[in-house]
Design a protein around this ligand. Structure first.
Ligand SMILES: *Cc1c(COP(=O)(O)O)cnc(C)c1O
Length: 362
């Protein structure tokens, strides 16, 4: 049985077109600035997000860290969502390597910071305080079902940033999902920020890499930061070639992933005992949970799916899951998943039988 993998869009293999482009890519030493394919990718990426220049980096994490270390200094503070990727899932890089204090604030159901709370979090100029320097935003917002945030949110944040001389970095790991979901060019979502990182290696299906974009002056400094943290690559054109295919062939089709996520959410809603909100599914992520009365845990369901059908799914809590759609799972795979999940729930041991088993074991 072929593996069907809903754990993440990071698991996407390169497409056949990418493998061909990689095989014939022109390369050079990118630390000397001499890799023509990397240069082409960086130019293309920058133009797609309306920025002057781009920098090819190993990962989204490296792109964000490079941006943060380039924008801010030791003793500076960065305002960030308390469930943002840069705060929660990047090994504390800004603090560990940059001496930059994160200032986490709550976000709403869509992943938005509250304008008033951001404004009051900016610290006055006083030797007691760190210097508030950066505002870190995210789009789509991973912790809130991959919600695609709209341009007016960024305009609001820009106005606050301008009042207080803050710089804005956007973690746009899934920027193109956010753009496609709103039928907007990505540049509409990046025109209010000072820098943006997006991943080639998620829904866009490239094997490796992200691009950091900003002004030419900022990217020149970021190039030094990237070297500092060990991200200077040599004949990286073999990877950049896949990135160019990602940006030219894989952006518009993200709409398919969003449709499949909607198909999945609506199918889940038909299974008794599954809690899901299809209206909250706007991009390629579906969060859902098992109701108490089913009497089964996420671990048991995940194991059964894997053993019976080679379907892989990540739990995010004792009774909850996140499923992500991508290029390698289509409508048929979604249907198969729904069918198997329905069967596993139907065949689960009844709650009564479980209680008896527990008694027997004592
Ligand atoms: C995946 C992701 C990143 C980091 O990307 P890596 O390439 O895995 O380092 C950053 N931010 C968000 C929101 C992500 O989903």
């Amino acid at each position: 049985m072929d593996k069907i993998d809903f754990r993440s869009d990071t698991i996407t293999w390169p497409t056949p077109a990418m493998r061909e482009a990689m095989a014939v890519a022109l390369v050079g030493d990118d630390v000397y600035g001499e890799d023509p394919t990397v240069n082409q990718l960086e130019t293309l990426a920058a133009s797609m997000v309306g920025q002057e220049a781009g920098l090819f980096v190993v990962s989204g994490t490296m792109g964000n860290l490079t941006a943060i270390l380039t924008h801010a200094n030791r003793g500076d503070e960065a305002i960030v969502g308390e469930d943002a990727h840069t705060y929660c899932y990047e090994a504390g890089g800004m603090a560990v390597l940059g001496g930059i204090t994160p200032r986490p604030l709550p976000t709403d159901d869509c992943g938005r910071l509250d304008a008033g709370q951001v404004e009051t979090a900016v610290r006055p100029d006083d030797p007691h305080f760190p210097h508030t320097r950066l505002l870190l935003l995210e789009n789509s917002y991973g912790a809130k079902q991959g919600y695609p945030l709209s341009p007016d949110y960024f305009a609001t944040m820009r106005a606050i940033a301008d009042r207080h001389q803050l710089l804005i970095h956007l973690d746009g790991a899934r920027l193109f999902n956010a753009a496609v979901a709103q039928s907007l060019p990505a540049s509409e979502l990046t025109k209010h920020v000072d820098s943006v990182t997006f991943c080639l290696s998620k829904g866009l299906s490239a094997p490796v890499g992200s691009v950091l974009c900003g002004t030419a002056e900022f990217i020149a400094r970021a190039r030094r930061t990237r070297k500092l943290i060990g991200g200077g690559m040599r004949q990286a054109g073999v990877l950049a070639a896949a990135g160019i295919v990602a940006l030219t062939q894989m952006v518009e089709r993200l709409a398919d992933d969003h449709r499949h996520a909607q198909q999945l959410a609506q199918g889940l809603q038909q299974i008794p005992g599954i809690r899901v909100n299809p209206a909250a599914v706007r991009t390629n992520m579906v969060f859902f949970s098992l109701s108490e009365e089913l009497g089964i845990m996420a671990d048991e369901v995940a194991t059964a799916l894997r053993q019976q059908a080679n379907i892989w799914l990540d739990k995010i809590g004792p009774q909850s899951f996140r499923a992500v759609t991508h290029y390698w799972v289509g409508s048929d795979e979604v249907a198969r998943f729904l069918e198997m999940l329905g069967a596993i729930i139907d065949e689960r041991p009844s709650v009564d039988r479980r209680q008896t088993t527990e008694v027997d074991n004592r």
